[in-house]
Write a protein that binds this ligand. Sequence first.
Ligand code: MG
Length: 282
Amino acid sequence: MEKWPLGVFASVDAGLGVKLEVAHELGVPTIQLHTPAKPTRTQENAERFLAQLSDLGITITCVFGGFEGESYADIPTSRETVGLVPPATRAARVQELKEIADFTRMLGVDVVGVHIGFVPHETNDPLYDDVVRVTQVVCDHCQKNGQALHLETGQESADTLLRFIRDVERDNLFVNFDPANMILYGSGEPLEALRAIGSRVRSVHCKDALWSDQPGQTWGQEVPLGEGAVGMEDYLRTLDELGYTGPLTIEREIPQEPERQKAEIGGALDLLRSLKKKLAAV
Ligand code: MG
């Protein structure tokens, strides 16, 4: 695969992200797929879906897990509802994530992504060891499938994330780096975090945001790529310095406004194409 193939976050049914047809119209060669809903995750559907993707000339680079009941309405709500951290839903979600990994294997994809939730910043928090343990369970399941698990960034600082990854002690645990989430959640300057996480970054989101006036308390604001505080040229330069050559996957979550979403992703693709050209020429 060429260096930095462009991509977009996409979905087939209930998930977040643009529809496949839109990805095709935008001319992107890769997608990260938000996991289809449970009834869709069958061998038959996987085969049909792969045939469709082959017709469209699109490759899936990662399947992202997601769970019913997750809400990103505000920071406290996402803390209580997202990923494998909330105790009440943890066992069922670990089981479901294993099933998502198995469906991902049916699609011939070797990367499973997930928002694991807010990892406690203090290692003496009893939740911390629990989350380490279930992450080991999921990593071991992925390992049997020949897959890596990529953790979405944002909810914790680079230091907390790195310590967590060390504590999980699994060779197939990596990071899907999202620079905008670092800003939205107020968890640290994104490019500094990117350098710190370094070679653990194995997939990325291209997304942009503005800081909240109360970082960590209230959301920052997601904005079109290039209009936020990330600094896309510096982002790509930093990825280059780290030797990252994988897909650049655009994520823009405004499904309630599909026309604007498509137009903004089109603008993001233009920006990334011109930056790729500029950096290759240097
Ligand atoms: Mg993201």
